[in-house]
Design a protein around this ligand. Sequence first.
Ligand code: GTP
Ligand code: MG
Length: 263
Amino acid sequence: MDQGNREKTTYLAALAYLSEKDNQNYQITGITKDAKKLGDQAQTIILQGASMRPTEIDGVKIQSVFDLPLYSFKLEIKRRWLPKKEEIDLVFRDYPGEIFDELASGIYKPVHQEFIDECFVKDVVGCLLLLHRWDRGGERFYSQLMKRFIDLMDNRDRSLDLRLAVAMSKCERGELWPGRLDPEIDLFKVHLPRTTSILRKKIPPQNLRFYAISTFGILKRNDPRPNRLDELGSEHSVLREPPKWEPYGMISPLYWLSKGKRM
Ligand SMILES: Nc1nc2c(ncn2[C@@H]2O[C@H](COP(=O)(O)OP(=O)(O)OP(=O)(O)O)[C@@H](O)[C@H]2O)c(=O)[nH]1
Ligand SMILES: [Mg+2]
């Protein structure tokens, strides 16, 4: 089952891009060489109006997740009333979307075993799950995938102590943007009710939060047109006005995943 267009690598590149920008609430810094390389790709690909390549190793399908780069970042939260910055270490493995497609359809290869081992090991405190579909097919796919994911959490004894930040991505889309303020009610319950109820039934409430993210964002605070162009004849989207690039909602799920409280 191929779910087509996705968003993960672009999200990570946008994190690297944010490290170049000034923000009064946080500072994010790429630590590993790979994280820095991703920052260069944000400049040379996304900001040039092009799209990141699908995650593969040298153009071939992934044989082992350990061949994929690990991106690590330091996130510092600035608070005016606190003398010391709060520091969070973030480590990402950018899995190819295929892994999720195959997990949902019950395909099981060594690469899935590696993914599961890495994802559910005890010192991982949480996962960010990016969902971009909100149609009926998406609901079918995600409900199946979530059931499977929760079973795997159960098998690893992680169903009670792993945080899940479930985010609707590409939220600059006109139909979704108004729902971003209360994504659990206005995005997930409305468009993916079955998926939402499976998650709420199985995951303790303190370990589950719903978010809205748009890596591309909108044109301006008072101009909610998407900062996005769809490439003709392809499933790819690119920035419409690169100088106005302002990702939305990227940091708060990461803070909650790490700390278990709101930023
Ligand atoms: N509309 C919109 N498109 C986005 C956004 N983020 C990424 N995309 C587009 O979605 C497509 C896929 O993005 P990738 O980042 O390559 O997705 P991926 O999850 O890494 O895909 P695989 O590596 O194949 O698993 C690209 O055309 C991106 O430009 C977003 O916030 N909004
Ligand atoms: Mg990718």
